[in-house]
Design a protein around this ligand. Structure first.
Ligand SMILES: Cc1cc2nc3c(=O)[nH]c(=O)nc-3n(C[C@H](O)[C@H](O)[C@H](O)COP(=O)(O)OP(=O)(O)OC[C@H]3O[C@@H](n4cnc5c(N)ncnc54)[C@H](O)[C@@H]3O)c2cc1C
Length: 478
């Protein structure tokens, strides 16, 4: 009997290794054809030049990997609600297989596709892949979804310790391609031309300096570097310093699924088991906590889809935002006159990536100093970030705005204190704002305007102390 034909739909899982749904599909049949759809209704994957670059190059590698394994990746653009059933029908698929998503739009879209496929007797098989633990498998003591990170971390950590050893060995996939009759029908060359056209239209000048690397190989290399160069062992003490290469740069790889979260987590467990030194052990644990922040925000969005549209704490709907457009533009362009903020925004605009400490600083500055609605910043980040991800970005912005899942009522960062602490010799600031090269570090850190002006650098557009008081008084009203 012929193997049943399967259509495998890649979404946020642009890899072959340890792909849960693909493993499931392969256990049914090796006659697998894969597809990726540039979804015209879901622009989050490619509406930033940096993300389009990351996506396009990851797809190119993925397509080659499918070829090497005997089959193909069909790349289409349009509406998956129409394309998936059509494609499944054309190749005579008995099953369509994919990994589940957590975003509201994706969940709704998938539901419609499942209904259409059911009508034409094609079975859908789904898996969880993007997360360490399915959102429906972990709840707080009173059986409700977690909304505070601390207890979520405790629970998930104990569950992950019980998961047992993860199998690192790769399945030796050998796929069976579609028959000639279907190849003609699909005019196979179209996939290459869709991807080529997509790649040609990408206008991302930061590809050489963006620290994230597309593709499975790129992700593998980043993880290897992070571990082999021992960066992970000093993560606890270096991760907050934006001028140090102290983090993994894996955010885009995890966002697009070019690496498996289980592989990443397992790497930390393997290190733990050979780690005798307390500082190293702490560093690994701190990094694990960051991976769990990722997990936490994904679970939150799954359980509270309304987060996408507004604050978790409803009182923030009443906040009298000032939304000064001119200030917002200064912030966006890295021209606020506050060095650490401008350096960070210039890093984002040039490379598509920004250090986590700086994301918190610029977010606090936009919301608490410039009194702009956090959603303006959230949108700007999504337009620029190579790792721009609805759940993580929304979580980060709501945390910074104090409107989200953070038990602390009001958090305000002083950008000057932050710079003194985390860029004490102004390496980061001077790298991104070369016009400040000759200004003394102490003048810079203290915001000594007169000296800064001498070097053609802008005066701060606002006074931090004044704005902070104003923000607090507005906050008192809600
Ligand atoms: C306002 C704001 C917006 C953010 N937007 C995004 C976003 O769109 N996409 C995104 O992936 N991260 C976002 N983050 C989280 C964090 O800044 C990045 O994940 C991190 O800087 C990526 O660098 P790295 O891979 O070297 O991280 P590492 O320090 O090496 O951390 C390892 C991984 O853990 C995860 N992680 C680390 N910190 C966080 C965090 N605070 N929240 C969620 N996941 C985390 C990421 O997947 C990261 O790759 C945002 C943070 C803030 C404050």
């Amino acid at each position: 009997m012929n193997n049943p034909r399967i259509l495998f739909w890649h979404r946020k899982d642009l890899r072959i290794f340890d792909n849960q749904a693909l493993i499931k599909a392969f256990s049914l049949s090796n006659a697998i054809t894969s597809t990726y759809i540039l979804d015209k209704n879901y622009s989050h994957d490619f509406n930033a030049n940096s993300r389009a670059w990351f996506l396009g190059n990851s797809l190119r590698e993925l397509g080659n990997n499918w070829k090497k394994m005997g089959s193909r990746l069909i790349i289409e653009e349009g509406d998956p609600i129409l394309i998936i059933p059509q494609l499944a029908n054309i190749i005579n698929a008995k099953f369509v297989v994919w990994n589940k998503s957590i975003e509201p739009y994706e969940i709704n879209r998938d539901l419609q596709i499942k209904n259409s496929l059911k009508k034409i007797n094609i079975q859908v098989i789904e898996s969880w892949d993007h997360l360490l633990i399915e959102p429906s498998k972990i709840f707080s003591g009173n059986n409700t979804p977690y909304s505070v990170y601390g207890p979520f971390y405790k629970n998930i950590k104990s569950k992950l310790n019980l998961l047992g050893k993860y199998d690192e060995s790769n399945i030796n996939f050998n796929f069976q391609d579609i028959d000639d009759e279907f190849r003609d029908y699909l005019k196979i060359k179209r996939s290459d031309s869709v991807l080529n056209k997509f790649l040609e239209n990408i206008n991302f000048s930061g590809s050489k300096i963006c620290p994230c690397r597309p593709g499975e190989k790129g992700a593998e290399k980043l993880l290897e570097n992070f571990i082999n160069k021992q960066t992970i062992f000093s993560y606890n003490s270096t991760r907050d310093f934006p001028s140090h290469n102290g983090t993994s740069y894996l955010s885009a790889s995890l966002r697009f699924g070019t690496i498996s979260i289980r592989k990443v987590w397992n790497a930390t467990l393997n290190l733990n088991s050979v780690c005798e030194n307390q500082e190293k052990y702490l560093s690994i644990e701190t990094w694990q906590k960051e991976l769990v922040w990722r997990e936490f925000y994904q679970h939150c969005l799954f359980h509270f889809p309304e987060l996408e549209n507004g604050p978790y704490r409803k009182k923030w709907d009443q906040f009298p935002w000032q939304n000064n457009n001119e200030w917002f533009l200064h912030w966006s362009n890295g021209e606020t006159g506050v060095p650490i903020v401008d350096a960070a925004m210039r890093q984002l605009n040039s490379t598509g990536w920004m250090h986590n400490r700086c994301r918190m600083i610029v977010a606090s500055f936009l919301v608490k100093d410039l009194i702009c609605n956090w959603q303006m910043g959230e949108k700007k980040f999504m337009e620029m970030l190579v790792d721009g991800d609805l759940a993580a970005n929304n979580g980060g912005w709501q945390w910074s705005a104090s409107s989200g899942m953070d038990p602390k009522p009001l958090r305000i960062f002083n950008p000057y204190t932050q710079a003194k602490k985390f860029d004490p010799i102004c390496e980061y600031i001077k790298f991104w704002i070369p016009e400040l090269f000759k200004v003394s570090n102490s003048d810079l850190l203290n915001g000594e305007i007169s000296n800064l002006e001498k070097n053609n650098y802008l005066k701060p557009i606002v006074n931090h102390n004044f704005q902070q008081r104003l923000f607090k008084s507005l906050y008192a009203e809600i």
